[in-house]
Ligand binder design. Structure first.
Ligand SMILES: Cc1ncc(COP(=O)(O)O)c(C=O)c1O
Length: 324
């Protein structure tokens, strides 16, 4: 079902998904599962002081009929998380298979019977004043939480005055903890100016992405999305949307730089991401996109995506890891 904007809602209400139904109980911390309130790092650590860390963001979707929680593209998320560790030249004592097991165990322990979000985390626990990656005490942790919508499925956006991080400043292709200050600036500016979301341009002035989501436009029946060299996160949902557009909707997808003005004249614009899922951008900088409502391509992609993530499409079951 398509969720449309209720104009009576205030922006902060539109932005907030349903609240988590309960506080999580468990974390994986220092090599074992511990009560979440015992998973604490020092205020002297470099992750607290300098944001030296990297994380992942993964969703589990509850299927009521099958009484099953499905984790979406877990192996791909783990692969990207380990690539971010590599950017730091940090090693953790866990293989892909270990990380997969830890995440599934964590979800099982929590016993979710609702949608959930999982956060693997690499953090620099070094208690020293020199920000550094060498001689560093990197460790791995993970926690989860119940999670509904992160943003509404139909949003108003503005072009941010903040620019996306350049690859030679902080690589956007890793989910690097300190890099999310950029997301916080962009999201907060949008919120304070009465919008739901921000569209952030890169240093070249081309469209990069939202504060925590990738972006596609539809023009002349074709999908276009910024290329991976435009300082975007190499999104797993983005990758899924490209495949679904080609295979299920028979729509061409072009990966190339997008100008800001192309947004204004697009027939449709959509955000996608683990948090955002697939959301229509119906207004940008006071211009209606298309007719100001979710367009047909976005709607089809959104429906296909939700069917797949909940385990209702047999063709894509290999994208899902059952928890129970
Ligand atoms: C900056 C940014 N861009 C894009 C995305 C979407 O990536 P993915 O689909 O892998 O969640 C995210 C994370 O959700 C993000 O933080």
């Amino acid at each position: 079902m398509v969720q449309t904007l209720d104009p009576a809602l205030k922006t902060h209400e539109k932005n907030a998904g349903p609240p988590a139904t309960r506080h999580p109980q468990w974390a994986f911390f220092k090599g074992e599962f511990v009560p979440i309130d015992d998973a604490k790092v020092s205020i002297m650590s470099q992750v607290v002081n300098y944001g030296i860390g990297a994380f992942g963001g993964i969703r589990g979707y509850w299927n009521e009929d099958k009484q099953q929680l499905y984790v979406f593209r877990l192996s791909d998320h783990i692969r990207r998380f380990l690539s971010a560790c590599k950017l730091f030249n940090a090693t953790i004592p866990y293989s892909d298979a270990d990380l997969k097991r830890i995440i599934v165990d964590l979800l099982r322990r929590e016993g979710y019977r609702e949608d959930a979000y999982i956060r693997p985390l690499l953090y620099n626990a070094t208690e020293d004043i020199t920000p550094r990656l060498y001689d560093a005490d990197f460790d791995f942790a993970a926690f989860s939480r119940a999670q509904g919508n992160y943003i509404r499925l139909s949003v108003r956006a503005c072009t941010s005055t903040w620019r996306r991080l350049d690859d030679n400043i902080i690589p956007s292709r890793g989910k690097i903890t300190g890099g999310y200050i950029n997301s916080a600036f962009a999201k907060s500016e949008a919120h304070w100016n009465g919008y739901d979301e921000a569209i952030v341009l890169n240093q070249d002035g081309h469209v990069a992405e939202g504060s925590a989501m990738n972006l596609f436009i539809v023009r002349e029946g074709r999908l276009r999305t910024p290329s991976v060299n435009d300082n975007i996160l190499e999104g797993i949902t983005r990758n899924s949307i490209i495949q679904l557009a080609r295979e299920e909707l028979d729509i061409e997808v072009e990966e190339r730089s997008i100008d800001r003005s192309e947004l204004y004249i697009a027939d449709e614009v959509l955000f996608c991401g683990t948090g955002a899922q697939v959301a229509a951008v119906v207004e940008i900088d006071h211009r209606s996109i298309g007719n100001g409502r979710m367009g047909p391509v976005t709607q089809q992609l959104q429906e296909t995506y939700f069917e797949i993530v909940r385990g209702k499409n047999p063709k894509y079951m290999d994208w899902l890891t059952p928890v129970y």
